[in-house]
Design a binder for this molecule. Structure first.
Ligand code: APR
Length: 245
C-alpha cells in the first residue's frame, strides 16, 4: 500500500550544481573536483587509512571555501517556498547554503563539511565551522577526528527518511546533480506518478521517467519556478514547468 501524497509537500533533491553559482566546485563537470583529485585517495576509507593527511588537507580546504560561500538565488528561492508549502530539502551537498538561505528542513545524505566526528559507533560529532582538522586531534573517545562526510563505500545517511519524504511529495524538484551516485540518485525515481516532477541541470546521465528537464543555471531557473509554484492555486492549474522558459 503506497503512502498517500501530501498535496502541500515539496521535496527538493539537490547536488553540487546548485552551489556552483556560490563559487563552490562541482565534481564531474570539466574542472570539477574529481577531475583534479582521485576520489579513491581523498574520499574513501582506503584513502583515509593510507594517507590521512591528504584526506584532511582536501576537506580542510573545502571547509574553508564552504564557510565563506553565500547562498545564491536558487537556495533563496527554495527557502521562499516555505511561505506556502512544507518543503523538505534532501541534499547530497555538504555545505550549509540551504540552511543559510532559510530552509528549515534540510537532510544531508552525504554528511556535513562544518562538522568532524570520531570513529566510534555511534560517532560523537563536533561543529568546526571553518576550523581545520589536524592529525593527532582526537575525539573524546580517543579516536582520530575525521570529516563528518560519507565517503565512497560508506552507508548513506538518513536514507529511509529521505525515501519516505520523496514518496509522499506532490512536487519533486531535482536540481544540480548528475544523478550518477547511488543510492542518492535513486531517490528521484521514487517520485510518484501523479507528482509534478522537474529536473534542473546542464547535463545528466539519464533523465528519470516523468521528469520535465529544464537545462540551465539553477540561479536563473529556480526563482521563476518557485514564483510559479507560489502563485499556483489549490487546483495547481498553473503547471510551473510549462511556464518556465
Ligand atoms: N545550475 C544547475 N546545474 C548545474 C550548474 C548550475 N549552475 N552547474 C553544474 N550543474 C550540474 C551539472 O550539469 C551536473 O549535472 O550539476 C551537476 C553536478 O553533478 P556532479 O558534479 O556529479 O555533482 P553531484 O551530482 O552533486 O555528485 C553527487 O558524488 O562525489 C560524490 O558525494 C559526492 O555528493 C556528491 C555526489
Amino acid at each position: 500500500m503506497k503512502p498517500s501524497i501530501q498535496p502541500n509537500k515539496i521535496v527538493v533533491l539537490s547536488g553540487s550544481g546548485i552551489s556552483a553559482e556560490s563559487g563552490l566546485p562541482t565534481f564531474r563537470d570539466s574542472g570539477g573536483l574529481w577531475k583534479q583529485y582521485s576520489w579513491q585517495e581523498v574520499a574513501s576509507p582506503e584513502g583515509w587509512a593510507t594517507r590521512p593527511q591528504a584526506v584532511l588537507d582536501f576537506y580542510n580546504e573545502r571547509r574553508a571555501q564552504a564557510w565563506v560561500a553565500q547562498p545564491n538565488a536558487a537556495h533563496l528561492a527554495i527557502a521562499s517556498l516555505e511561505e506556502r508549502y512544507e518543503v523538505v530539502v534532501i541534499t547530497q551537498n555538504v555545505d550549509e547554503l540551504h540552511e543559510r538561505a532559510g530552509s528549515s528542513h534540510v537532510i544531508h545524505v552525504h554528511g556535513r563539511i562544518a562538522f568532524a566526528r570520531g570513529t566510534s559507533v555511534p560517532p560523537k560529532r563536533y561543529r568546526l565551522d571553518a576550523a581545520p582538522i589536524s592529525l593527532g586531534q582526537l575525539c573524546e573517545d580517543g579516536t582520530q577526528l575525521r570529516p563528518d562526510i560519507v565517503w565512497f563505500g560508506e552507508d548513506i545517511e538518513h536514507y529511509g527518511e529521505a525515501r519516505a519524504h520523496v514518496a509522499t511529495a506532490s512536487k519533486v524538484l531535482v536540481v544540480g546533480t548528475s544523478l550518477s551516485v547511488f543510492p542518492a540518485a535513486s531517490l528521484a525515481t521514487l517520485a510518484r506518478g501523479r507528482a509534478e516532477k522537474v529536473l534542473v541541470a546542464f547535463d545528466v546521465e539519464k533523465i528519470p521517467y516523468g521528469f520535465k528537464f529544464l537545462r540551465g543555471k539553477a540561479a536563473a531557473l529556480i526563482p521563476t519556478l518557485a514564483e510559479n509554484w507560489l502563485r499556483q492555486d489549490k487546483a495547481g492549474d498553473l503547471t510551473a514547468s510549462e511556464t518556465v522558459s
